[in-house]
Design a protein. Structure first.
Length: 268
């Protein structure tokens, strides 16, 4: 999930318009009104724009920085749960409220649970936001052999659901024939996908360190996740994905607007 640093620009814009409006109110607005002497008061355009945009920018900053943030899914690593072109909402206060840009934690929030679909800053490049499913918590022993997960000595229940037929997108067409399974993780069921055309890869066993999490994509054979680059530090968490609010894949061969996915809750 590619991240554009809109948050920093939004914060800068809010501060700039707020400071301009405040300075004008304290030092220049009164003298400008006195000079007008009953005539129409001329307000510099920068002051007019700052006064108009500051409340809007502040509202967006609070909403996006502390409550809910929209993201677009650009890859198929979370298929079949999330498709290319899905627009999702992420609960920013689920795992604790953090200050925008500097990410200092203000509240503790809820603890991550196995099965949560979480957005986080990619540990190898924090300008990128990734989305994956939380598989391992601190202290867990994770084993992955022959596409089957074992957590703390207990293999997850897995049941074949169907063969994937695709949904009209290029990525879906490429995954046609993939096997979709129901996987039970801590009592909750979610769907995951494997590609029978790819041999078993990245088998192994590890223990999740304190303060970190092991994550995987639901599209197990086509996901760049903890099997490749390691663990997600707690401080890199952005929020919990909760629902799809729109689907629009505008690329050549894309599915376009799909109203059927609007309002879909993201399985945990």
């Amino acid at each position: 999930m590619i991240h554009f640093d809109f948050e920093a620009l939004l914060l800068l814009g809010t501060l700039l318009t707020g400071v301009i409006w405040l300075i004008d109110t304290l030092f220049f607005a009164k003298s400008r009104r006195l000079k007008a002497e009953g005539n129409t008061e001329y307000e510099p355009i920068i002051i007019e724009y700052s006064r108009s945009f500051f409340p809007v920018l502040l509202a967006v900053l609070v909403l996006r920085g502390f409550l809910l943030e929209p993201f677009r899914i650009p890859s198929g690593s979370m298929m079949p749960t999330l498709l290319i072109g899905d627009f999702i909402l992420v609960n920013k206060f689920s795992y604790g409220i953090r200050l925008p840009v500097i990410h200092t934690k203000l509240t503790e929030g809820d603890k991550l649970k196995r099965g949560d679909v979480a957005v986080f800053r990619f540990p190898e490049d924090e300008s990128l936001d990734f989305i994956k499913r939380v598989i391992g918590l601190p202290g867990d022993r994770i084993s992955y052999y022959n596409r089957r997960l074992t957590i703390n000595g207990k293999e997850l229940d897995v049941k074949l659901d169907r063969v994937y037929e695709g949904q009209g997108t290029i990525a879906s067409t490429n995954m046609k024939g993939g096997e979709i399974y129901q996987e039970k993780l801590d009592g909750a069921m979610h769907m995951m996908m494997t590609d029978p055309d790819i041999g078993f890869t990245h088998n192994g066993e590890l223990v999740v360190p304190e303060g970190k999490y092991f994550v995987m994509g639901d599209n197990r054979d086509h996901s760049n996740d903890s099997r490749f680059w390691g663990f997600v530090p707690e401080q890199n968490l952005v929020g919990k994905a909760i629902m799809i609010w729109m689907h629009w894949d505008w690329r050549d061969g894309g599915s376009g607007l799909d109203l059927s996915r609007i309002g879909t809750e993201i399985s945990i």
